[in-house]
Design a protein around this ligand. Structure first.
Ligand SMILES: Cc1ncc(COP(=O)(O)O)c(C=O)c1O
Length: 427
């Protein structure tokens, strides 16, 4: 029988209207300056496609639970039972249901009074800052704080005040100058794995009457006695006003979370833009996350293995001469510097079957591009040794000795010498 469906290849190609010049110029600039002049016609993020047996260190599934049978079963059962549930904004969710039950379970786990689930860590940060920092309120943000926190400041119309990375004295000076406001930090910074001096920051906030927001995206699940996060590990749960987190890291799902008081929950759901103007999670997201919480609580060996793997890798790469910029956790980055150097590093690693994540502008300053390895609990010693072996072999090929970060390490400077600008904060 003759088909009356036009084969896809034979479809005419559609063309929309021409872009106005002010947009077209921006697009042209991207292709000219980045693609042609910097990446020689390629794309810094698009190297080889990983093959079977290659080592992939680009996932933030730190505890290696993304294929955990208990979590997959919970999600599959929910899809069959609940379908896609009710498609609506978070503002409409109330009463006892899996969504609100999980909010309370996760809040209890994190030793918080209550909490709000969001569609992502990005939505959690923008939504929270939007509703706590009013117009003109100073928001003291670490220069390496996540872009979503800076976006929240813009949404709020608040006054951004930049703080040098992890410099508590600078934070104090800025607060004395601009007055009490909101302090925003990441517990663990996503580009280099540096850790915020949370105890000192809490003290400054208490002494100056500031509200503290700590983004626990890279410490929830991995830090704390049972994965409750760095704030709990340090005994600060009652002294940090709000903790936010992406549940797309150790929780291996797609969601975000904000800890807060019970009274604040309804305020968040009724006033923050992402809760009002964007649809909420699907039932299988919630059931998957609830199962993941159980796994994170019960399978402490994953955290131990992660810690041991990360410590081994840091120690070996440091001994090979790489400057790890003071990483103290599972995020381990090689700072190759220029984007051209980073493409050489990417190709050297990928041709030997090692895949990490490239971070470059706008996630880092232009001259501070890097290759990030996200260590996970599923790696065995043989795989880690393979990674270290490759990093040993490529040192001359990638010009390690000439990298600015290597020279800094030789001068004994682990801490970034250049301060990041807010517009190039870490992703
Ligand atoms: C520190 C930090 N906060 C927030 C986010 C955003 O999280 P999500 O990917 O869930 O939107 C990320 C992820 O890139 C992150 O690293």
């Amino acid at each position: 029988m003759k088909s009356n469906v036009t084969p896809l290849r034979a479809q005419p190609s559609f063309r929309g209207p021409d872009l106005a010049e002010f947009v077209a110029l921006r697009v042209d600039q991207y292709y000219r300056e980045r693609v042609q002049n910097t990446w020689a016609g390629g794309h810094i993020m698009r190297g080889r496609i990983p093959a079977t047996g290659d080592l992939q260190l680009c996932s933030n599934d730190y505890l290696a639970v993304a294929r955990h049978p208990r979590i997959l079963d919970a999600m599959a059962d929910s899809i069959r039972r609940d379908g896609n549930g009710l498609l609506m904004s978070g503002i409409f969710v109330h009463g006892a249901c899996p969504h609100t039950d999980f909010e309370q379970h996760l809040a209890d786990f994190m030793q918080a009074e209550a909490g709000v689930l969001c569609q992502s860590g990005y939505a959690a940060n923008t939504g929270l800052i939007q509703i706590i920092a009013g117009e003109g309120v100073p928001v003291y943000a670490d220069m390496m704080a996540h872009m979503s926190l800076w976006e929240g400041i813009k949404c709020a119309g608040a006054k951004p005040v930049t703080v040098f990375h992890n410099e508590v004295e600078h934070l104090e000076r800025q607060i004395l100058r601009h007055g009490p406001g909101v302090v925003v930090v990441d517990s663990i910074y996503s580009t280099t794995g540096s850790i915020a001096p949370l105890r000192e920051i809490v003290e400054v906030c208490e002494a100056t009457g500031c509200v503290l927001v700590a983004d626990e995206s890279h410490s929830l699940g991995t830090h704390g006695p049972n994965g409750e996060g760095l704030v709990v590990e340090l005994g600060l749960a009652e002294r940090v006003h709000f903790r936010t987190a992406s549940l797309a890291k150790a929780f291996a799902g797609r969601a975000g979370f904000v800890t807060c008081s019970r009274r604040f929950v309804d305020y968040f759901k009724s006033e923050s833009n992402p809760a009002i103007f964007s649809s909420t999670l699907l039932p299988h997201d919630i059931h998957g996350l609830a199962a993941t919480l159980g796994v994170i609580r019960q399978e402490g060996w994953r955290r131990e293995r992660l810690r041991a793997n990360a410590a081994f890798l840091r120690q070996e790469l440091d001994a090979l001469g790489y400057n790890l910029n003071g990483s103290e956790c599972q995020i381990v980055s090689l700072e190759s510097g220029t984007e051209q150097n980073t493409i050489v590093l990417r190709d050297a690693l990928e041709s030997r079957g090692i895949f990490g994540s490239i971070f470059c502008a706008p996630a880092t300053p232009k001259s501070r591009a890097l290759m990030r390895f996200s260590v996970h609990a599923g790696l065995d010693r043989g795989e880690l040794e393979r990674l270290v072996g490759v990093c040993r072999d490529i040192r001359d090929e990638v010009g390690l000795a000439s990298w600015a970060s290597t020279r800094r390490k030789q001068r004994g400077r682990q801490v970034p010498a250049v301060k990041l600008h807010p517009d190039i904060a870490a992703a």
